[in-house]
Design a protein around this ligand. Structure first.
Ligand SMILES: Nc1ncnc2c1ncn2[C@@H]1O[C@H](COP(=O)(O)OP(=O)(O)O)[C@@H](O)[C@H]1O
Ligand SMILES: [Mg+2]
Length: 527
């Protein structure tokens, strides 16, 4: 008989007992009571959390959105035809998470971070998963915006400047150029790091397409690819054809991907296109879950949902990691440009007023301007940026000072002038100037402009160099002027770019250069 050594037995037993706890896995399992219309009611999941991820058979996942006394209302993130009554439902014990990190750059993913672009699996690990519900940084963990987020769009960078960490709403009816602005803002970020995603100063971009037509998403991706912007971008796609729940969570998923970069000290621009459609998706699932409808039939908590999302945009304090170890490095930023599509210009509807009150400013786009050829169709009279001015470079501040008021007054006077009444000289001068500034600020798509060129062009306008040009000559002249400055007076642009200022000496040079270019232009000798 073999020796029984009690000491050894005790050791083995102890080891087994110690290891036991580690292998213990807690699992809560429920049963489907009812399923249909993309939602399910599940019985027996007592400890279920809000927004918890639930696993149904056939690899269908669900999101717990309505916790009731004896059952849980779940929206399905896959087809409801794969789920039947009586199926078992497993709780995964965590809020929905998505993969994050550099591996996602250049990819098109769904709202769960699964690839949609056929470029193979995305190499992330368990450690890269982040809950889609991020806690927004507290006041002390933030700092005020101080760096510009250049969109490359003259009308915006000069009059409604956006700072890194800001939340600026783009609002307007359909077909007013909202998506076009987002795209140009993304393309312009190429200039921040040459499009190299690993360059620490590259502003990384996330385009969240919620409830868009599939063709729009395809178009956006191919544009980004064609302009070399995909390398530093992620597209989160939850198009109109996706399940309502996927549309609903898509902004949070994109935001978590952005937060990862922000918390590592990097800079991110995230655009939500658009939050109205996301709210409609949420309304749809909540009505199916029989949540009592509120104003315009939207569930009452939609305000809270939008504000929680937008609070996550921030410029982190330099010493944020000292205050909270979850920040790897301070100084990073997440800038959010949410879009809200209005119906027939109704800015006073529920979702627009909510998001207006949550953001740091709004850019209003108007169909009338758009159709009159004023593109981007920004209504400068009512558009504002409450914090971005702090981030504007001094040279731009200097030249663009009177621009906004000039244009706003001009658009008011224009209506008046149509009656052909006798106008005094001052009014006429205002109209002349306004017309030219309006021309000057028109900008085609996919042509974002570096800030120093914007400064030089606007300088020509606000200094009156364009006043005696016929309107139709304003844009051709501005183009040729910039080409001339680029090729023959490169030092002016360089100084502005590097010092960010328009010092008196450079201003004098610019003044002379513009005058020279104008003389040449009028004589037909420019460019
Ligand atoms: N600055 C612009 N110059 C010329 N065309 C533009 C400009 N902005 C938008 N467009 C065109 O107008 C149409 C509507 O723009 P889009 O951005 O899709 O509008 P929205 O997103 O508001 O529905 C598109 O065909 C787009 O190419
Ligand atoms: Mg659009």
């Amino acid at each position: 008989m073999a020796d029984i050594r009690p000491a050894e037995v005790t050791t083995i037993l102890k080891r087994e007992i110690e290891g036991y706890g580690k292998r213990l896995e807690w699992k809560s399992v429920g049963r489907v009571l009812q399923v249909g219309d993309g939602v399910a009611r599940v019985y027996g999941l007592e400890g279920c959390m809000m927004s918890e991820l639930l696993k149904f058979p056939n690899d269908v996942f669900g999101l717990a959105l309505s916790l009731e006394e004896d059952n849980v209302g779940v929206v399905l993130l896959g087809s409801d035809t794969l789920v039947k009554e009586g199926d078992s439902v497993e709780s995964l014990g965590r809020v929905i998470s998505v993969p994050t990190g550099d591996a996602l750059l250049g990819r098109v993913v769904d709202a769960l971070g699964r690839p949609l672009d056929g470029k193979g699996p995305i190499r992330t690990t368990e450690a890269d998963l982040r809950s889609i519900e991020g806690r927004s940084p507290s006041v002390v963990e933030r700092q005020p915006v101080k760096e510009p987020l250049q969109t490359g769009i003259k009308a915006i960078d000069s009059m409604i400047p956006i700072g890194r960490g800001q939340r600026e709403l783009l609002i307007g009816d359909r077909q007013t150029g909202k998506t076009a602005i987002l795209l140009d803002a993304i393309l312009n970020q190429k200039s921040t790091g040459g499009g190299d995603p690993e360059n620490p100063s590259q502003v990384l971009c996330i385009y969240v397409a919620t409830g868009q037509k599939q063709s729009t998403v395809v178009d956006v991706v191919s544009r980004l690819e064609r302009h070399g912007a995909m390398a530093y971008s992620i597209v989160v796609s939850a198009p109109a054809g996706a399940e309502a729940a996927m549309q609903f969570i898509s902004p949070y998923a994109g935001c978590s991907m952005g937060e990862r970069f922000r918390d590592e000290g990097r800079h991110v621009l995230i655009v939500y296109d658009d939050l109205y459609k996301q709210a409609v998706a949420y309304r749809q699932v909540m009505l199916l879950l029989r949540r009592p409808p509120g104003r315009e039939a939207f569930p009452g908590d939609i305000f809270n949902l939008h504000s929680r999302l937008l609070e996550r945009a921030a410029k982190l304090a330099e010493d944020a990691p000292k205050m909270n170890p979850r920040f790897v490095k301070g100084g990073g930023s997440l800038t959010a440009l949410p879009v809200v599509e209005t119906q027939e210009g109704d800015y006073a509807a529920y979702i627009p007023t909510n998001v207006i009150s949550i953001t740091d400013g709004q850019i209003y786009l108007e169909p009338d301007l758009f159709n009159a050829g004023v593109r981007p169709a920004v209504n400068v009279g009512i558009s504002v940026s409450r914090v971005g001015g702090n981030a504007q470079i001094p040279a731009m501040k200097k030249v663009a000072g009177g621009l906004r008021i000039n244009l706003a007054q001009y658009r008011e006077l224009k209506a008046f002038a149509q009656f052909g009444s006798d106008l005094d000289k001052a009014t006429l001068a205002q109209i002349t100037r306004g017309q030219r500034l309006e021309e000057l600020l028109k900008q085609g798509q996919f042509a974002p402009m570096p800030v120093e060129e914007q400064v030089m062009a606007i300088y020509a306008g606000t200094k009156g160099f364009l006043d005696d040009l016929p309107i139709e000559k304003v844009r051709p002249f501005a183009e040729k002027l910039l080409a001339f400055l680029r090729s023959s007076r490169a030092e002016i642009g360089k100084t502005i770019r590097e010092t960010k200022k328009l010092d008196p000496e450079t201003e004098k040079k610019l003044d002379e250069a513009v005058a020279e270019a104008k003389t040449a232009f009028l004589a037909g000798r420019l460019g």
